[in-house]
Design a protein around this ligand. Structure first.
Ligand SMILES: Nc1ncnc2c1ncn2[C@@H]1O[C@H](COP(=O)(O)OP(=O)(O)OP(=O)(O)O)[C@@H](O)[C@H]1O
Ligand SMILES: [Mg+2]
Length: 291
């Protein structure tokens, strides 16, 4: 399945910049919902980083902030000052789609369709959301939908137009349990993959955090990526700069590898389980443990 999407995504006509997509003859793009059940596990961070990495690979990408009332994706992308309209304005025909889209200046083939800040999740009708996503799939290689936490109306609207799902969890029992519940609620036929976010290898080695293998054993989903817990993520979030665009960033590299896998490349999953080998790393672990 992933290979089919990869094959579709690398067609030369898909390499066009976002603004010319309407004129270009093309096949339909793929809508992917980023979801989790539990709040605060890294859905928005993952949407921004995966979207930016896809755009940096030449894909046209539309990021849809489906978290009505609690929008965040614009801030994480550093685009909040340029937001004028939101997707409910488009659905309610208060503005044209083009007027609501905010184009990213770093990776111009990526656009954001913001959420309304002052509306309720229940204001969106599922059939309208499905039609909107369908329309976006005609214009972009990828439509990434940032889902709100929970399993109510906001979740239902976020998944309705998607063909694929990225389920994000942290290695905590409560997050894994909520992710499991969400997987069970995904509409039939959706291909789901897993991102384990905020892994702390030292805690795993000390037996104080679930390992990726343990999370995998419970959820039994194909693993798309493992993202380490790094302070650089919080700094990047505050600056509005996705780390997947930054060379030399550990987290950015983890997201770039996840995106290569998303497009069907046989990239190995990072092995964070190994004991640190050298004297220096053992010393660093010992010092870390004494803090
Ligand atoms: N790998 C990571 N390392 C360190 N901090 C992280 C990591 N991933 C996310 N965070 C931080 O965790 C917080 C929550 O992340 P984020 O907003 O992406 O979660 P969310 O699932 O979208 O939350 P919500 O359910 O509220 O929408 C943010 O402050 C973010 O910077
Ligand atoms: Mg979020």
């Amino acid at each position: 399945m992933a290979d089919q999407h990869a094959a579709a995504a690398v067609q030369p006509e898909h390499m066009e910049p976002a603004q010319t997509q309407a004129e270009a003859p093309r096949t339909t793009g793929t809508a992917i919902v980023i979801t989790s059940g539990k709040g605060g596990v890294g859905k928005t961070t993952s949407t921004a980083n995966i979207g930016a990495a896809l755009a940096a690979r030449g894909r046209s990408v539309c990021l849809v902030d489906a978290d009505v009332g609690l929008r965040n994706l614009d801030v994480v992308l550093g685009l909040e000052n340029r937001v004028q309209h939101h997707f409910l304005d488009v659905i309610e025909q208060k503005c044209a789609l083009e007027d609501a889209l905010v184009q990213d200046k770093r990776v111009p083939s990526m656009v954001l369709l913001p959420a309304a800040q002052t509306r309720e999740k229940d204001d969106v009708r599922t059939e309208d959301m499905a039609a909107l996503i369908e329309d976006l799939r005609k214009r972009y290689d990828y439509v990434l939908i940032d889902s709100p936490a929970g399993i109510e109306m906001g979740f239902k609207n976020a998944v309705v137009g998607a063909q694929r799902a990225i389920v994000v969890t942290t290695p905590e029992v409560s997050a894994v349990r909520d992710a499991d519940r969400v997987v069970g609620l995904l509409p039939k036929g959706i291909e789901a993959q897993l991102i384990v976010n905020r892994l702390r290898p030292q805690l795993v080695r000390r037996g104080k955090m679930l390992s990726v293998a343990q999370v995998d054993e419970i959820l039994r989903l194909p693993l798309l990526g493992v993202i380490p817990d790094e302070p650089e993520v919080v700094i990047a979030t505050n600056r509005g700069e996705p780390l997947s665009l930054k060379e030399g960033s550990t987290t950015g590299e983890a997201y770039r590898r996840a995106v290569a896998r998303l497009e069907g490349e046989p990239v190995e999953i990072e092995d964070y389980s190994a004991e640190p080998g050298g004297l220096l790393s053992r010393l660093a672990a010992w010092i870390g443990g004494r803090r």
